[in-house]
Ligand binder design. Sequence first.
Ligand code: HEC
Length: 149
Amino acid sequence: MRNESFYLILGICGFMFGLISHTYGNLEYKGYPRAQACTGECYAEYQRVNGTLAEQMEMKREIANADPFSAIRGLWGGCAACHGQSGQGMGAFPKLAGKDSEYISQRLYAYQNRETIGNMSSMMWAQASQLSDQDIETLGNFIQETMNE
Ligand code: HEC
């Protein structure tokens, strides 16, 4: 009786072990073969499709260089929540499209200094306080060059 249950448990354990190792062996992460498995031919194929690491970095750099506004596109997403994706303005949020870079950066520096321009300037104080001089310059050019109505 004791022997029987011992073998039964052993059998179950063996089955579970087999099931787990089989499942794990076939795991694939997001369509890539398991990392440990991707060597030799698999890695050569990965490089053929995606390029070497150096090539990938070079490509990213080229894309960033081709877009002079890459540094502030993420930042603009926040501005766009109020001013609209193409600076068209929304309700009480003023339109920025059509303004030149000089105007935009002057306003942003004014808000950084907590100056009052309209009756909702306080809303811009927090926004502007997070911008570097470089951000302000780039944002000004971005609005002037890409949003001239
Ligand atoms: C929470 C909403 C909100 C966000 C986010 C926001 N703004 Fe504003 N913005 C305003 C409001 C409201 C005003 C009008 C403020 C006033 O009354 O002086 C304004 C005014 C401005 C002005 C002056 C416009 C003019 O003609 O006087 C500029 C330039 C500007 N924002 C740029 C930006 C930029 C760049 C960002 C992103 C870094 C940004 N704003 C993010 C709400 C927002």
